[in-house]
Design a protein around this ligand. Sequence first.
Ligand code: ATP
Ligand code: MG
Length: 568
Amino acid sequence: MTTSEKNSGDVSLSAHVNFIRVRVAEDIASGKNAGRVMTRFPPEPNGYLHIGHAKSICLNFGLSKEFAGVTNLRFDDTNPAKEEVEYVESIMRDVKWLGFDWEDRLYYASDYFEKLFAYAVELIKKGKAYVDDQSAEEIRANRGTLKQPGTNSPYRDRSVEENLELFARMRAGEFPDGTRVLRAKIDMASPNVVMRDPALYRIKHVHHHRTGDAWCIYPMYDFAHCLSDSIEGVTHSICTLEFANNRPLYDWILDELGVFHPQQIEFARLNLTHTVLSKRKLIHLVNEGITTGWDDPRMPTLSGIRRRGFTPEAMRDFCERIGVARSDNMVEYGLLEHCLREDLNARAPRAMAVLRPLKVVIENYPDDKTDDVFDFPWHPEKDMGMRKVPFSKVLYIEQDDFREVPPKGYHRLYPGNEVRLRYAYYITCREVVKDADGNITELRCTYDPESRGGGSPDGRKIKGTLHWVSAAHAVDAEVRLYDLLFTASNPGAEEDFTSCINPKSLEVVRAKLEPALADSAPGWICQFERLGYFCADEKDSKPGAPVFNRAATLKDTWGKIEKKQGGK
Ligand code: ATP
Ligand code: MG
């Protein structure tokens, strides 16, 4: 039976079919959970969300949206030593930014501590859990290996009464950290190491950001996770592949307790070239000052890429395109940029900025003329309104748009050549002015007053079109040119991932912007014509003193615009 046949009933699958969607649709069709769909996004608040999390968020919220279900946001806050309120807040901000809403279903695993404790007591009473006095080292040594079975703990056959009493005393704070654990009594010879009497509770005299000092024992992730899903009534518990080996343990816990049994489904985590997506590594970048923080625009965190100028639309499109698979793969960073360009090409306003200014003096332009102002459209195709762009005798163009000796096929400015200044006039380079060291300081040009608006007065062909800014009206701005943070395509595979940090991941230039950009709102995104997409920095950009971050360079868009305008 094909997918479309299977889902020809009430439930239809959207264009991008993946195995999880098929699975959920099948469950609905078969009446499982009375057709109900509930997913959850379960971050541990021990770092900021990254692009990999976006895949999980889009998948979980996407499923509930598609199948008329709901998605919970649940903080898996069972390891208080590493968790912080700052992370909780950033995670909520980032999920909202991506465009998803958990409504009133904001949960914390710590809300269930009392229930989880009761479940553990129940397992002890069933003879399915015991308190082990072995040290962590002993437990590790007795676990066995992939080839060799483990050894039973000498405390494994304690009586139910003794276990209950010891577990109660663990909770009461009578024992120091690491002296005892509660373990599931499963099978020390299981071929799956996860099933060799895994720990369920450990002693940790640590303050918790939500429960304070109420607890000094905390449930292990594997115990808390499956039961939190069960308590909430999650129907499809979606997680990454590395948890496949833990599924038998989840099933064991849920079945032994006879509680609601969510279906765990694993998918391949996102790996992105030139990027690390492990919180441990991201924390290292932050703590060692390799980046300026979690929201450094070079970080693959959602707060980093947002600050850089990525849009939630582009992120969601990216997550849709990479799809969901069952085996690990590596996605090109270029695809992420491609999605951003597609989104912004369609809707970002255009503006003129000169990143590396070269002064141009129009010799035959009147010295005192100040009322030569153009109305430029904010977008070449969409009606996004107009802005005023003043022209004057002294301008800036991009240094790179001039060559004293032009290479073959160079259509921009060089001595004797005529180019079009975007939407304004034709100019011809007459003379190059240099300083004592031979550096070019200024170009002397003439303009054709008949070419106002960039159209050709006598139909003569002009191949080059340059962007420009009037010197007298220009706004000074700091522009941060970001590039990939890592030179290696798989930095995580290097012995030391910080050894392949790209030394050119950030270049700061003092740019000249057209006056309309002076008061850009922080977070405002536009295309600097011919240069790329830029975003007014949400932290450092101030009215009158803009700071822009480069989100991505352009690819081919300028080529198209140039062709269009050339025919004018
Ligand atoms: P990390 O390995 O970076 O520390 P984590 O899995 O420990 O990540 P959690 O906060 O537990 O981080 O993750 C929350 C959810 O996001 C989990 O369901 C996890 O499977 C998912 N997730 C984390 N990283 C990725 C990734 N690279 N691709 C897809 N999903 C991911
Ligand atoms: Mg995790």
